[in-house]
Design a protein around this ligand. Structure first.
Ligand SMILES: Cc1cc2nc3c(=O)[nH]c(=O)nc-3n(C[C@H](O)[C@H](O)[C@H](O)COP(=O)(O)OP(=O)(O)OC[C@H]3O[C@@H](n4cnc5c(N)ncnc54)[C@H](O)[C@@H]3O)c2cc1C
Length: 405
């Protein structure tokens, strides 16, 4: 790696900021280029589950205390019918690896803030209002082109610019994000609907038209989602109509979701069309690598998108630290990460194939069968899912100068 050239990161979301922090803690100079004009990620709120595999990675970057400020520990996931009947439950603690950090439910914007603060403390430069357009790989370094005409040169470029990645468009050029035909109404409510702390509550409607969940993310903060089939882009004109539609979809659904949604202030309601990327076996070319959603955006079934972006980030940083040749480091990153992400991706698509029956009698039979299958498959799947990525513990402050490769 040429002396003093920084590692460039396109995109300052969860994956990009985690990569920036991990690389910086390994001693590299890092610059992040983020298109958002503001530090904060969103005004309306969304909550996400960051499972033990990813919270452990974050805690090894010194963020264990920071995580407490943006979320709560989750210990239990429950799947229920629309009548609030328990189908299966998972005690997450049973599957967490020794020495792991517990799984957490966090405010997405809160986690980004914790990452941003840690990056700045560590000496990462985050350039806001800096949308990236593309790059030129010169072989011995790489130039990032910004939309406003600026050009910056670095040792490596990490494309962490999310599902609509400009870096992916150049590196793979396989079209844009693909809509799943599902839309998700989401929000954060002061009303928990009676849900105990530490519980992720998931439900699926009898007619298969609605599914969703609710999970506390802090004192008087419960995140929720209500998803249904809908073509992309047909959003209601305002948040009042979004909330009304979410409640309409909950007709016939018993249990906590309704009071949780009812109690949500309008400014905390959002709607997101769910999109994915086609699977690609290429995430790396020369001195450029993709990471997180830009590499492998997947459906939300297992709540692992951000978790896998975090895993990508710490593994990429380890490989860059362990290889003298940057291109070899990126190929090693791809080789290590691809089987793991493919495994998660395949589990998500397998779950998507299970559709609840429309008829109540058939549904009871399907549910009974599903219970048996899940009881058998669940321990192995959760154990594998919650396996933390291989990485050094970088949580203790280090002395020494910035590395130059
Ligand atoms: C409804 C829903 C629920 C989800 N729930 C969960 C969950 O519970 N748990 C979980 O782990 N995952 C969940 N996910 C997935 C998760 O949100 C994503 O996988 C995760 O945010 C990916 O992180 P990322 O850093 O790769 O991309 P992003 O978080 O999208 O970050 C990309 C960043 O790049 C910036 N950017 C974009 N284009 C450019 C450009 N041209 N130049 C510069 N910057 C740019 C963006 O502004 C953004 O800051 C969910 C997703 C959805 C839609």
């Amino acid at each position: 790696m040429s002396d003093h050239d920084p590692i460039l990161i396109a995109g300052g979301g969860i994956g990009g900021l985690t990569a920036a922090l991990a690389l910086r803690l390994h001693g590299f100079p890092v610059e992040v280029y983020e298109r958002r004009p503001d530090r904060d990620i969103e005004s309306g709120g969304t909550g996400q589950t960051i499972y033990s595999n990813a919270t452990t990675a974050l805690s090894r970057l010194g963020l264990a205390e920071g995580l407490k400020t943006c979320g709560v520990v989750v210990t239990r996931a429950e799947s229920r019918t629309e009548r609030d009947t328990l189908l299966f439950q998972t005690d997450l603690r049973e599957y967490e690896w020794p020495g792991s950090h517990p799984s957490m439910a966090v405010r997405r914007g809160g986690l980004c803030r914790v990452l941003m603060d840690a990056c700045e403390r560590a000496g990462v430069t985050v350039h806001l209002d800096s949308p990236c357009a593309g790059y030129t790989d010169h072989g011995d370094n790489v130039t990032l082109h910004l939309k406003d005409g600026r050009q910056v040169t670095g040792a490596l470029l990490v494309g962490a610019d999310g599902i609509g990645s400009a870096i992916r468009a150049q590196l793979i050029d396989d079209g844009g994000p693909v809509p799943l035909g599902i839309t998700s109404y989401r929000g954060i409510s002061p009303d928990s609907g009676g849900l105990p702390d530490g519980t992720i509550y998931l439900f699926r409607g009898l007619d298969a038209k609605v599914a969703g969940g609710a999970w506390p993310i802090g004192p008087e903060e419960t995140s929720w989602s209500v998803s249904t089939y809908a073509p992309p882009g047909q959003h209601e004109k305002d948040r009042a109509r979004m909330k009304a539609r979410a409640l309409d979809l909950l007709t016939g659904v018993n249990g906590p979701p309704r009071p949780v949604v009812e109690g949500t202030p309008l400014d905390a309601v959002i709607r997101t069309d769910i999109m994915v990327r086609r699977w690609s076996d290429t995430w790396v070319r020369g001195r450029v690598a993709l990471l997180g959603d830009s590499a492998h955006a997947m459906p939300t079934e297992l709540g692992q998108g951000a978790c896998q972006a975090i895993e990508d980030a710490v593994v990429l940083a380890e490989q860059v630290a362990d290889h003298a040749d940057p291109a070899a480091a990126l190929l090693a990153y791809q080789r290590l990460r691809m089987p793991r992400v493919r495994w998660v991706h395949d589990r998500v698509y397998r779950m998507r194939r299970v559709k609840p029956a429309k008829n109540a009698v058939v549904r009871r039979i399907v549910d009974a069968l599903a219970k048996r299958i899940v009881a058998k498959a669940q321990p192995k799947m959760w154990r594998e899912l919650l396996k933390p990525p291989p990485m050094r513990d970088l949580s203790q402050p280090r002395t020494g100068d910035v590395r130059t490769g």
